[in-house]
Design a protein. Structure first.
Length: 214
């Protein structure tokens, strides 16, 4: 082989080696780019999943908070309603004996007071229905018991007033007084249990926003 042919062969080998190296570099770069692209995809997928998880958690918290708020409002509305009935009955407990036994006051005031007590009781029934829709706690059953007691007390007072023409209202009055004590104690106990129940729900259901912020 003369020097010319040797030079051509050397040049060809050099070009081939350069081409091979270039192809290797291209393939290496392609693999590196693919790895980088896959890594970017995984990172993006992880970010999306994290964002979705955060949204789900937030929506769950908002739902639980809304349920807690509705329950608390229903409890408060019922408590307000049963206290309104009780105060109307307290008014009758004061006005009734003064009119029937002592001859003081006006008869119309007793009649109006009884009408007012019945109106408050009808309002209480609506509040009790709202409570039943918002909660299924044991206090809901206790609320029904208090509602029935309030209704019975209105009828007991009516019996007391109606017993005067017969001249023997004592038994009716004693039943009314005993029921009033039962209603007072029952409302106090119900309020305490309801407050505890709402606080428990707040702790296990929807976290306090004040705690989250602080």
């Amino acid at each position: 082989m003369d020097q010319g042919e040797a030079a051509i062969w050397a040049a060809g080998i050099g070009v081939g080696a350069t081409l091979v190296m270039a192809l290797v570099a291209v393939e290496t770069g392609r693999r590196a780019n693919k790895a980088a692209l896959d890594a970017a995809r995984e990172a993006g997928r992880a970010q999306v999943e994290a964002a979705l998880a955060g949204v789900r958690l937030q929506l769950h918290g908002l739902r639980e908070d809304a349920l807690w708020q509705a329950r608390r409002d229903a409890y408060a509305q019922f408590l307000n309603g049963v206290e309104n009935v009780r105060m109307a009955l307290v008014h009758l407990a004061v006005a009734g004996p003064r009119y029937f036994e002592e001859g003081m006051g006006r008869g119309s005031a007793v009649g109006e007071g009884l009408t007012h007590a019945r109106e408050q009781y009808r309002d209480l029934l609506l509040r009790h229905s709202a409570l039943r829709l918002s909660a299924d706690d044991p206090e809901v059953a206790d609320a029904e018991r208090l509602s029935r007691l309030a209704d019975r007390l209105i009828e007991d007072f009516d019996d007391y007033a109606g017993a005067f023409p017969a001249g023997d209202p004592t038994l009716s009055w004693r039943r009314f007084e005993s029921g009033m004590d039962e209603l007072r104690d029952g409302v106090e106990e119900w309020a305490l249990n309801a407050r505890r129940r709402v606080q428990e729900r707040r702790g296990t259901g929807a976290p306090s926003r004040r705690t989250e912020d602080g």
